[in-house]
Write a protein that binds this ligand. Structure first.
Ligand code: ATP
Ligand code: MG
Length: 419
């Protein structure tokens, strides 16, 4: 894409009321627009990052037989009444509205109830199971605090998956298979080593749920981690009993600030029993289905990546989710040969399937470099009078700042090696 056509412009200052580093940088670089506290729009650069995160999540959910669908944002009151979760004193994040035709609706903050209800149309026998379905949905939550930028939105994108099984063994084995699938997602995003499967508050059926907590100063959670054993405990459930049941000791645990990037929950048969989602087992007896739910905070992840990898010059994207693979910068200063070479390189790379942001603007070198650093694409390629005379281009790694000269014939190969 030609940067001269990109409608967003970088800006020196973030809005005064924006206190989170992730949102400050993302707004300044033109990835997001702040509509109001906790509500952000995703602009062309931002949506490219978001879609790449979603693609990784989608691939890993498909790999464990997840089937993608999309549920509705408007939800029925009576469904949530059945599971006693319509009341604001039980669920404190509801947005609700009244229909002009009469009756109340809720805006989806979660989809266990509607998905469980929908499944009744498709499963009636144990032979119809197991099934796992997932979606990417904009969730609406009336969060009290919204000071963490896109890490805590009142409107945010979640991947939520729900599993249905006819027996406990199948159910538990699916639940366990989600853990490595999630860790693959986080590894591909470059935060695998700093993301811990964490014991967290359970529910009616299980003592614990499992959260995926990424070490991040801007996070809102506190975990206690035994780094040697790789065991992490959310402070919500940190008791002497928990500590000893997990075979760790208080001394081995370090207090760490983290961001919850995912959460998996085992409902046993309770949720389906409340909803009346039953199947006939092999003996013909009706039994409630075993259910699990599995969330990943897609937009929160984008915020975590922004927070964790940024430096004092701006954003630094992991290659897998960068809005573009390379940022080609023409420093022509009116020299037509330089411009022609930059144009040629832009076409060559684009034709080779490489995603290029091409800074073809008529601007000073300093401004172009500062923008490139703020936007954070991993590889910058400069074409100037100097590089043209040398018969190549200058590559700079955004993370390390290291520059190397690459001759014209080696440009494509060098980029392919990076990928
Ligand atoms: P939190 O404890 O942070 O409020 P939660 O436990 O309510 O989150 P879940 O309902 O488990 O969240 O949602 C699944 C995932 O969605 C979370 O692990 C988190 O990554 C993400 N998420 C939850 N709330 C928000 C929010 N307000 N903004 C952005 N992402 C969120
Ligand atoms: Mg949670």
């Amino acid at each position: 894409m030609r940067q001269s056509k990109l409608f967003t412009k970088t800006r020196k200052e973030a809005p005064k009321d924006e206190v989170a580093k992730n949102a400050q940088l993302l707004i300044r670089a033109g990835f997001i627009h702040k509509e109001m506290a906790g509500v952000y729009a995703y602009l062309p650069l931002g949506i490219r990052v978001l879609e790449k995160i979603k693609r990784i999540v989608r691939e890993e959910m498909n790999a464990i037989d997840g089937q993608e669908l999309i549920m509705t944002a408007l939800q029925r009151k009576e469904l949530w009444e059945r599971t006693h979760r319509w009341d604001d004193s039980v669920v404190d994040v509801w947005f609700k509205s009244e229909l002009k035709a009469g009756g109340e609706v809720g805006f989806g903050w979660s989809h266990e109830e509607p998905i469980g209800e929908m499944m009744k149309n498709y499963v009636s026998s144990y032979k119809d199971l197991p099934v796992s379905v997932y979606q990417f949905q904009t969730k609406l939550r009336n969060e009290m605090r919204a000071k963490s930028g896109i890490m805590r939105g009142r409107e945010f994108v979640m991947k939520d998956m729900y599993s249905f099984a006819a027996d406990e063994e199948t159910h538990l084995s699916y639940y366990e298979s989600v853990k490595p699938a999630y860790m693959k997602v986080f590894s591909r995003l470059g935060i695998g080593k700093e993301t811990y499967i964490t014991f967290a508050a359970g529910g009616a059926f299980t003592k614990f749920s499992h959260e995926f907590q990424t070490v991040c100063d801007a996070g809102e959670d506190t975990c206690y981690i035994d780094f040697e054993k790789g065991i992490a405990i959310n402070e919500e459930v940190l008791t002497d009993e928990t500590i000893s049941s997990l075979g760790v000791s208080r001394d081995s645990l370090q207090k760490v600030t983290t961001a919850e990037v995912g959460n998996i929950f085992n409902f046993g048969q309770q949720k389906a029993a409340d909803l009346g989602l039953v199947v006939k087992d092999a003996s013909g007896t009706e039994i409630p289905v075993w259910m699990g739910s599995y969330g990943i905070g897609v937009t929160r992840l984008m915020g975590v990546l922004a927070e964790k990898f940024a430096d004092d010059k701006g954003l630094v994207w992991p290659r897998e989710v960068s809005p573009f693979d390379v940022h080609v910068i023409a420093l022509s200063g009116g020299n037509e040969d330089v411009r022609a070479e930059a144009e040629r390189l832009y076409s060559e790379l684009t034709d080779a399937g490489i995603e290029v942001l091409y800074d073809d603007r008529d601007a000073r070198a300093g401004e172009k470099f500062a923008d490139a650093e703020l936007i954070g694409i991993p590889t910058r390629i400069v074409v100037s009078e100097k590089t043209l005379a040398q018969g190549g281009a200058e590559f700079t790694d955004r993370k390390t700042g290291t520059s190397t000269f690459v001759s014209e014939s080696a440009v494509l190969e060098t980029l392919r090696k990076d990928r």
